[in-house]
Write a protein that binds this ligand. Structure first.
Ligand SMILES: Nc1nc2c(c(=O)[nH]1)N[C@H]1C(S)=C(S)[C@@H](COP(=O)(O)O)O[C@H]1N2
Ligand SMILES: [Mo]
Length: 420
């Protein structure tokens, strides 16, 4: 009696944890998918920062749940020792939850950790999602009542059926054949539908993982050297410096994720111009050809996105911003440098002092190739010491101003202080 009561309490506790865990995973899945969905990043704006906080908060709560479950685990495992499918389920869920939790903590605290950790954690977090989400969906959908007990819906007891065959409520168990067919059918058709839905995006994702078909050592990020019709039409092509030709960084390690807050813009050397104006002595507008005539330098630097990915040892060739500013003659009234993207939407700014750091560059080549349209070509800003939201893509205007300017992402909640 006593023993029985205890068991019910234990079972209730487990059921409660299971239910909570279920809802938390749903919340994490929804917020996580929104966060990783590049296309909505632009119009989410500030909302993205909120969703990220929510995702982290829910993640922490699910970690607490795991800690609460830990002391119950031994007993739970004993209880299901004769049920292989439940044991498999439990193991998979624990691996998923612990993996998500640990990689999530790294992504959350990445500012305090070496950048390579964050990169790997992001791959682990994504991979677990690709494997785990279909698994969990399958697990929960095939376990809802209607799937588990198809007899309840369909196989009503015929009048006059023998009483022992009846279950409470006047239903009877299906014959094994009926049961297996319906259940298997639903399960398998659901499984196939899910495979069809997840396999293609999974392979697209695989292509973005460094070392797994994604650009790794020596590779320029997927078609970054592609100057064909899909991208820009910038002629003549820039003549790379010897250090660029030799790719002194050894080839970028990692892969850029293409970000934009507008539709991807395209540029043509016939119409493209680069403007430097505002509080300067000699404002200038360069054509592509004249822009290419300005002396360039080559640098090797790492590139860090605040969302957790990095690309290491990029060999950038371009005009050091300090040289460009010298060329224009900065007026003493100027305090800030404002950057405009040719997408017509994105802007950012640096203080004059930050802008004069020697590795801030208007880059036009990456690993010896013209920067592809998708990655900000023909010219993009590079601020290696700061998170890449400062690195304005499709840069086509620099203005010297006397008041601070709040950039696109800063306007939407990002820190104006973007030091890596
Ligand atoms: N014009 C423009 N510049 C931009 C962005 C953008 O959306 N539009 N995203 C910024 C952010 S947050 C990052 S991480 C990098 C991404 O560069 P990539 O798209 O070449 O990987 O560009 C930065 N510059
Ligand atoms: Mo970013």
């Amino acid at each position: 009696m006593n023993e029985n009561k205890k068991k019910t309490g234990f079972g209730k506790q487990l059921a409660e944890l299971h239910r909570w865990n279920g809802w938390l995973v749903v919340l994490l899945a929804v917020t996580g998918l929104v966060l990783s969905w590049g296309a909505v990043r632009g119009w989410l704006g500030e909302g993205r920062v909120w969703i990220k906080q929510l995702h982290i908060g829910v993640g922490v709560v699910s970690g607490i749940l795991l800690v609460m479950y830990a002391p119950l685990m031994r007993r739970h495992w004993k209880q299901i020792r004769n049920r292989p499918s439940q044991k498999r389920n439990l193991s998979v869920m624990l691996i998923l939850l612990v993996g998500w939790l640990l990689s999530g903590i790294v992504l959350w605290q990445f500012r305090h950790l070496p950048p390579r950790w964050a990169n790997n954690a992001l791959v682990v977090h994504d991979l677990l999602t690709w494997v785990g989400m279909p698994y969990i969906l399958f697990h929960s959908i095939t376990r809802i009542q209607w799937m588990r007990r198809p007899e309840r819906r369909t196989i009503r007891a015929e009048a006059g059926e023998s009483a022992e065959a009846l279950q409470p409520g006047g239903y009877r168990s299906p014959t094994p054949a009926q049961w297996v067919t319906r259940r298997q059918f639903l399960k398998w058709s659901f499984g196939v539908a899910m495979a069809v839905a997840t396999v293609p995006p999974f392979f697209r994702w695989l292509g973005t993982v460094p070392g797994l078909g994604g650009a790794s050592g020596g590779g320029t990020a997927g078609g970054m050297n592609d100057t064909s019709s899909g991208g820009n039409r910038m002629l003549p092509e820039p003549e790379p410096l010897p250090d660029s030709v030799r790719v002194i960084g050894g080839g970028a390690e990692g892969r850029f994720r293409v970000y934009t807050v507008t539709r991807l813009p395209s540029f043509d050397s016939q119409t493209w111009t680069f403007t430097l104006d505002g509080l300067v002595d000699r404002p200038a507008v360069w054509s592509w050809e004249r822009f290419l005539a300005i002396a360039r330098k080559v640098q090797v630097s790492d590139f860090h996105c605040v969302t957790g990915w990095s690309v290491y040892r990029n060999t950038w060739e371009g005009i050091p911003l300090s040289e460009l500013l010298k060329l224009a003659g900065v007026n003493p009234k100027a305090k800030y440098v404002k950057f405009y993207s040719g997408d017509g939407e994105y802007t950012d700014a640096l203080s004059l002092e930050q802008a004069n750091m020697d590795d801030v560059m208007v880059a036009i080549l990456h690993d010896g190739k013209p920067i592809h349209r998708d990655y900000g070509g023909p010219a993009r800003l590079i601020v290696p010491k700061m998170y890449a939201y400062k690195s304005v893509k499709w840069l086509n205007r620099i203005e010297l101003v006397d008041k601070p300017h709040t950039g696109y992402w800063e306007e939407r909640g990002y820190d104006n202080d973007a030091w890596v």
